[in-house]
Design a protein around this ligand. Structure first.
Ligand SMILES: [Zn+2]
Ligand SMILES: [Zn+2]
Length: 245
């Protein structure tokens, strides 16, 4: 049986004092992170999840609240954990260049030190399928700022499947992209529709019947969504929420 633990569930701005996007998926054959926001090391420590459990970091797009934690993760894996086993970083085109540039800007250069573990980068494009660590992945394009190379994923672990929206506005192909998933982790930044690059409760209500998924859990909650938890018909994630698949 696989398990999903929400490490961070806020929007980009830390709404409600929550951590930024990261979801830990523990499968029978290893572990992976769906996104790695800047607060991920803090969240893993608080939830007693060892970085060593993570074989793959899967990145949805190049915004800091989704991949800004990778340089710190790598440094901690090297200096705090003395990690020995490989880490695979999978994401949209340019994943390696973007992570290296970010690490340089943060003073955490990747190139000028002895790594105790291999770091492997792998690109995945919309409609492509890739096996990584414990999972089979399929990417789909989403409606978010294009310069961030946004995409969502279907993650298959044995017979279980998780769909993850990353950041996106509503688009008509979304139901098809997540169809059949046992768990759909869907962003819901806003209460009312108004942006074409983030989803709202209003739009999800309008389209709920179009979504053919098992359990639906909303995350990436903004200021207006945080106080609505527990008062709406949708399940919402809090930091630390653990879900068995
Ligand atoms: Zn975001
Ligand atoms: Zn974003």
């Amino acid at each position: 049986m696989s398990e999903v633990v929400f490490i961070g569930t806020s929007d980009a701005f830390g709404a409600g004092g929550r951590r930024q996007s990261a979801v830990f998926v523990r499968g029978e054959r290893g572990g992976m992170l769906l996104d790695c926001g800047a607060t991920t090391n803090t969240g893993l420590a608080q939830l007693a999840i060892a970085r060593d459990e993570i074989d793959v970091i899967l990145v949805s797009h190049f915004h800091g609240d989704h991949f800004g934690g990778i340089p710190g993760f790598l440094y901690a894996a090297l200096y705090a954990d003395r990690r020995r086993h490989p880490l695979e970083i999978v994401g949209p085109p340019e994943i390696e260049q973007r992570v290296r540039s970010l690490a340089n800007a943060m003073g955490h250069q990747l190139g000028n030190r002895e790594w105790t573990f291999p770091i492997r980068f792998r690109e995945i494009r919309p409609d492509e399928a890739v096996d990584a660590g414990p999972a089979s992945l399929r990417a789909f394009a989403t409606a978010h700022q294009l310069e961030a190379h946004p995409q969502g994923y279907q993650v298959r672990l044995g017979r279980e499947s998780i769909a993850y929206s990353g950041d996106t506005g509503w688009f008509d192909a979304l139901p098809r992209a997540v169809a059949g998933s046992g768990l759909f982790i869907c962003e819901c930044t806003l209460e009312c529709a108004g942006l074409d690059f983030h989803l709202s409760l209003e739009e999800l209500r309008e389209h709920r019947d179009d979504l053919d998924c098992g359990r639906l859990i909303l995350t990436h909650l903004g200021d207006a969504m945080v106080p609505l938890r527990g008062q709406i018909e949708f399940e919402t994630a809090d930091d630390g929420l653990a879900v068995k698949l």
